[in-house]
Design a protein around this ligand. Sequence first.
Ligand code: N2P
Length: 350
Amino acid sequence: MKKYLLLTLVLVLATALAGCGGEKLNKLGYYPKLNVYNWSDYIDPEVLKDFEDEYGIRVNYENFATNEEMLAKLKAGGTSYDVLFPSDYMVQALIELGMLQELDFDNLDNFKNIDPMFKNLLFDPENKYSVPYFWGTMGIVYDSARIPEDITSWRALWDDKYAGKIVMLDSPRDSIGITLKMLGYSANTRDIGELNEAMAELIKQKPIVRSYEIDAFKDMMASGDAIMSLCWSGDAMLLISEHPNLSYVIPEEGTNVWVDCMVVPTVSKHKREAELFINYMLRPDVNAKCAIAIGYSTANTEAIKLLPEETQNDEVAYPKGNVWDKGEIFIDLGEFTVEYDRVWTEIKSK
Ligand code: N2P
């Protein structure tokens, strides 16, 4: 009996001491840390601080540059991530690999704010595992002061006139995807002949490519070191707002439309807190704050209403009409993914 009394005393003391560390108990009654893994430049950092203050949950925040990098890190183990932000096809791949937990929508009442256009999409037909965050298109950002002609085709990225000033994305699905579109093929092709044709085009283009980047192209476009770059719409929107000499075009051969989501991987030991975080990110004020900071298009109808009017009417970020008419969404290619990886390695090693 004495033993139990002592144990209780020790526990009571330990709890009291933990409380003295300046840490607040969270709404669930303890002090967890959440490991969040997101794209770079894809949140307003202030909302992380606000979340920590409001919920008493500390956030360990890390960035990845591509879906593929995120998957490799997740497969390598080491960190038990709690919230990830993969794109559509990567959500599908993670589901197929059994790496995601089903979400409890009783904890996600702000899911109602998501535009129905972004719900129940092919990569997660019943939204069992994922909640949309931001979306966008792929296009070309270019310096219209130094490029007098109208750009209408992806071929512009192959134009010798701009040799050494063209930047491509260091991302296999994106760079290969637009090349497939340029050739009139699906960006999801599983035809080895079509894929090899795209590879040949990208190898031919390589001598005029300044570099393959993910984030650095923004500074290169801003400074004028690069004259055109493959670019996601949100980055384009922010760049153009600061540099009116820049323009964004979706070439007429069509493009990729993508939706980035929030998910909880199976390695997470804090699903309840992860859902608190996801629900918080879906709050209209929080979501709008991020939209303003990063320039990307939110899938959250209530957040859009809080954006400045000129942003709501911006054709780059919020093109009129059905977004699915603008292009193809990437699907997970399953075992065929190794062929895209092979092609990308070959291009990069030339
Ligand atoms: C943000 C990258 C956006 C990801 N830096 C596009 N899917």
